[in-house]
Design a protein around this ligand. Sequence first.
Ligand SMILES: C[S@@+](CC[C@H](N)C(=O)[O-])C[C@H]1O[C@@H](n2cnc3c(N)ncnc32)[C@H](O)[C@@H]1O
Length: 271
Amino acid sequence: MEDRKTPPQKSHGRKTIRATLKPRELMEQTPDLARVWKAQVITLLPEAFPGILGQSLTGRALKDGLWQLVTVALRQFGEGKHRNVDDTPAGGGAGMVLRPDIMASAIDHARPRIAPQAPLIYLSPRGRPFTQAMAKALAAGPGVSMICGRFEGLDQRVIDHYRITEVSLGDFVLTGGEIAAQAMIDATVRLLPGVLGNEASTEEESFSDGLLEHPQYTRPAEWRGMGIPPVLMSGHHGEISKWRQAQSKELTRERRPDLWSAWQALHDQTD
Ligand SMILES: C[S@@+](CC[C@H](N)C(=O)[O-])C[C@H]1O[C@@H](n2cnc3c(N)ncnc32)[C@H](O)[C@@H]1O
């Protein structure tokens, strides 16, 4: 649903959502679900949502009212005939910068429409790198407000004034914050109760205990001359568990020395 400048909206129970809704309609037809985890996204491209979040398990959960997605179109707060939201960088240089007054209007519109404990995040390559721990913390709260930048980004004064937390998807530069927002919302929503069919599946995956996940195999038992490690076919759950833990440690040590050191420090181990 797109939050427009002139609500009001009524609160609807979860069960009022029709199973036939298309992904964008899911956003339009689910105003203010009570006590449901909410992602609120301030963006110049509201039509980019729900995007991938409307598919598969996250899409099903959106349809079932297990979480809610609301976009706030930045353009509607723009100035003049062309609803301008940006201006040239002070001090010169390439590109355009999102104006603080325009973004402030969008934030002032959005924040009263989400629980005050929900963090306000600006997707930014300069931010703290997003992690599984952050996804867990977000999933444990009432929701999140996200600001998607475009062009050269957001005027620093609005970041300072609202004490916005900058969070990065990784050490690369995207054209805008929308892909980062969708990635972070996806990582968070799948941790909400009931979103994944098998809840245990988030407990054993990569990062959940500070290690990368062990290798996975499935049928056929033999493929292009390669078999499945015999222990996995043994039916000995204790042995399988030991093998998986050993593989997880080995992979993490090899591929992610940073995670490995942290895991060792936590478990007070030197091997
Ligand atoms: C072209 S980028 C601006 C980059 C900025 N001039 C810089 O060098 O840090 C436009 C917008 O994309 C988003 N963005 C780009 N890379 C990102 C990343 N790694 N993580 C999160 N958001 C990102 C931010 O919202 C940013 O304001």
